[in-house]
Design a protein around this ligand. Structure first.
Ligand SMILES: Cc1cc2nc3c(=O)[nH]c(=O)nc-3n(C[C@H](O)[C@H](O)[C@H](O)COP(=O)(O)O)c2cc1C
Length: 184
């Protein structure tokens, strides 16, 4: 039986996404007793209150239920125009709605990767702000901003040893954070 369930979300739909590759690398180094499930954003419709009034679409229901059932959430997202991609904001908006608002009280870790020299720092700051709105408990530190991503990934795999070393520490900290918040 696994001790914790973590759901992972990539803010990029791109096949060769650095952020999805980053998420997959983190998944690969999770301890064996962690159940890690990736949630895809592809099937979520654009938020529309009229649609919500008729009942959450099946894809939205499943997304919300997976977050609600998880002990923690890990989001790896690119920065688009100094903020977060619309697909990610749309997903968080769907998940923010009553009755369950499943991000509320949930421990969350955030990562970003960009081919630029800032590693998506501005987008990640916006992501933290949006998660504040939905009352998630975002881990403040350690912070991970993977800069110059084109040099650190090859064939959708992380190849940079220093980043790998840092991510090992990040995963340990995230699990501690999830356990800490889960005890509250
Ligand atoms: C619409 C758009 C806006 C972008 N804006 C930024 C930006 O503000 N800062 C940045 O570092 N990179 C920006 N980028 C570049 C992305 O960081 C880069 O494409 C990255 O590889 C996307 O993440 P992914 O590899 O996970 O798909 C932008 C890309 C797109 C498509």
């Amino acid at each position: 039986m696994s001790s914790l369930t973590i759901v992972g979300i990539s803010g990029s739909l791109r096949t060769g996404s650095y952020n999805t590759a980053l998420l997959h690398y983190v998944q690969s180094i999770m301890p064996p007793d962690i159940e890690f499930k990736e949630l895809l954003l592809n099937d979520l419709p654009l938020y529309n209150a009229d649609m919500e009034a008729e009942g959450f679409p099946e894809s939205v229901k499943a997304f919300r239920e997976d977050i609600a059932a998880a002990d923690g959430v890990l989001i790896a997202s690119p920065e688009y125009n100094y903020s977060i991609p619309g697909v990610l904001k749309n997903a968080i908006d769907w998940a923010s709605r009553a009755p369950s608002a499943p991000f509320s009280g949930k421990p969350v870790g955030v990562l970003s990767a960009s081919n630029g020299i800032f590693g998506g720092v501005r987008g990640q700051a916006h992501l933290r702000y949006v998660l504040f709105a939905v009352n998630a408990h975002v881990m403040n530190r350690p912070e991970v901003y993977v800069m110059s991503a084109a040099q650190k990934f090859e064939n959708n795999m992380l190849i940079d040893e220093k980043t790998k070393e840092f991510l090992a520490k990040y995963v340990a900290a995230l699990i501690d954070w999830i356990k800490l918040i889960g005890r509250k």
